[in-house]
Design a protein around this ligand. Sequence first.
Ligand code: AMP
Ligand code: MG
Length: 402
Amino acid sequence: MLTVTQAQAKVLEFALQLPPETVALDADALGLVLAEDVAADIDLPPYDKSLMDGFALRSADLPDGHGSLTVVGEIMAGQAPRTPVGAAQAVRIMTGAPMPTGADAVIVVERTRLLEGNRVQIDDQPPLPGQNMLPQGKEMRRGDVVLRTGTVLRPQEFGVLASVGRASAAVYPAAQVAIVATGDELVEPEAIPGPGQIRNSNGPMLMAQSCRAKALPRVLGIARDRLDSLRELVREGLKASILILSGGVSAGKLDLVPGVLQELGVEAHFHKVEMKPGKPVFFGTRGNTLVFGLPGNPVSSLVCFELLVRPAIGRLMGHLDAGPHWVKAILTEDFVYRTDRPTYYPARLESTPSGWVVKPVPWFGSADLRGLLEANAFALLTPGNPEHGAGEVLAVLNVEGN
Ligand code: AMP
Ligand code: MG
């Protein structure tokens, strides 16, 4: 049986970056990964620019920071400079306005006082050449590569892309994830379950996990534990980049998923991983489509997604660091848990001034989804000594951290 690390490596072996697409830089592009290097089309700032409201002048005119100068003009942001600044002269200037020729410094308005007859009195420290202004091209020069392939588009990247004239960019597109819940016992959330029935909680949960990973989910609904029903939805799901099935992969009489996948041309790469919950998990591929059969117990399904599916989505979408993301955290209370396999135990992870701390939440096993409402992470507990003392350092899967 593969370890989780081996299973992750196997998945990533088959997870290829999606072909880049050029997209508008609108809300849907937030969090996508750039698939091109982007160069500046102009200098920024495009001109020597004032960073303050005040007076532009020649620093040499005020060797001790005090004196009165003749105000020869006024310049607002958005105006081109007209009047040059000569000896003993100043121009009133606003933040963002281009510096007039001749001036090499700006005195902030708070250090000035207007006098009669177009004069200004200045009482400040001796000005340094270049103070309170940004020279042309200081931020970037035309032709500079300012963003590289692999950069995640955060708000500041949107701003810089706009600054260099880009309203669209090549990105790795959102991965399409088809989601199929399987089980004769399942009814949709709006139905009242009859005898022996339960509501399909995995479908909405996997949809939300896919969205959290910035993928594009396609919820295909419930397949029954019958070959024809499974075949129909699997065929449809195989059109996506990733197909996730929940349920039907264990050793039950009606666990038909691996057989149907094989029949439809999916090559199996593993079936079972040394983990708890989630041991019966299946992974295969058909062409470039990755196929995950997650065990139906809701917590198994959620954990398998975070450990195996999410890194695959990250890789398809061009993330250099596809995760999962682990932190070391200090256990805050004594905890006894006996296990025969590496266990991902629902826990509450918190950042404190002295580092990460973690506390397991009350939990009744892989069918207990409610227990996860208190949790935001999973602590890894390994076989061996079941007694974990407060102060012990644990590896914790930080599923909400990014
Ligand atoms: P299976 O993996 O199909 O053997 O299912 C294992 C357990 O998970 C059973 O108790 C199922 O009823 C439950 N289960 C399967 N699919 C879902 C689902 N979509 N939502 C909630 N529970 C499920
Ligand atoms: Mg089932």
